[in-house]
Ligand binder design. Structure first.
Ligand code: NAD
Length: 256
């Protein structure tokens, strides 16, 4: 499969799942706009190693005005935006009575509202050019809940709902919108949760085993590379009639 001539924007692609997906899209021939914080240089080096054009936009996706700027800059730099992957996300774990209001607002803004803004801004160009793929990185937590994750579970269920609405509104066009619902992937976002569990006795290996054992029957992490391949499939012609799906890749989490 080739994405030569296509351009993609992956939010939160300097790390983890977003980086894995950006890498897969670039390997298939797409030009890619990266976004996110941290080691931007390393991400640029990795994704550009496949030979396509790769740029980075610094937008903080909790800020709608910066998303406006990022979409405009992508269309201006590459002349088009064909594939939008809404991936940026953060986590906070606390019982609802103690859940910091500021963390609730940030999670809803970054994990949910950013997908709304990027989608509403990217769609007109996709409609004009008559092709598009929108892939939203939801979560197993978009389909099932866990205690102490009120904001994350609410945001991810919201992303699955948003995905279905956009799929319906584009159903008669060559534009599709789908969600991917990963189980545990060993990224910085999950390492923080393992570290928090290990705080009592410092046994990170036990904390990792327990985290997997509670939810993921395979007892193995899903990888960013596997998720990159699934995103690639959703961008292919074979997936033209996959619309509004919430596709879990979760080591059996949701089969229970
Ligand atoms: P990660 O922490 O490795 O990466 C998060 C990315 O988002 C980074 O590039 C970071 O710089 C960027 N980011 C954070 N806040 C941002 C902001 N305000 N503006 C722009 N970029 C921002 O995390 P990850 O595990 O790769 O998570 C990526 C997505 O996958 C998230 O939406 C997460 O909810 C989802 N997810 C992760 C898992 C998992 O087990 N890791 C499981 C299911 C779903």
């Amino acid at each position: 499969m080739t994405l030569k001539g296509k351009t993609a924007l992956v939010t939160g692609s300097t790390s983890g799942i977003g980086l894995g997906i950006a890498d897969a899209l670039a390997r298939a021939g797409a030009d890619v706009m990266l976004n996110g914080f941290g080691d931007v240089e390393a991400a640029l080096n990795q994704v550009s190693s496949h030979g396509g054009r790769v740029l980075h936009h610094h937008a903080d996706v909790s800020r709608p005005d910066e998303i406006v700027e990022m979409i405009a800059r992508t269309e201006q730099a590459f002349g088009r935006l064909d594939i939008l992957v809404n991936n940026a996300g953060i986590q906070h774990v606390a019982p609802i009575e103690q859940f910091p209001v500021e963390r609730w607002d940030a999670i809803i803004a970054i994990n949910l509202s950013s997908a709304f803004h990027a989608t509403r801004l990217a769609l007109p160009g996709m409609r004009e050019r008559g092709w598009g793929r929108i892939v939203n990185i939801a979560s197993a937590h978009g389909l099932a809940a866990s205690a102490q994750k009120a904001a994350y579970v609410a945001a991810k269920h919201g992303v699955v709902g948003l995905t279905k609405v956009v799929a319906l509104e584009t159903a008669t066009t060559p534009i599709t919108c789908n969600a991917i619902c990963p189980g545990w992937v060993l990224t910085p976002l999950v390492q923080q949760q393992i570290d928090a569990r290990a705080q009592a006795d410092g046994d990170t290996e036990r904390a990792r085993r327990e985290l997997l054992g509670e939810k993921q029957p395979s007892l193995a992490f899903v990888t960013p590379e596997q998720l990159g391949e699934l995103a690639l499939f959703l961008c292919s012609d074979a997936a033209a009639e996959v619309r509004g799906a919430a596709w879990n890749m979760d080591g059996g989490w949701l089969a229970q």
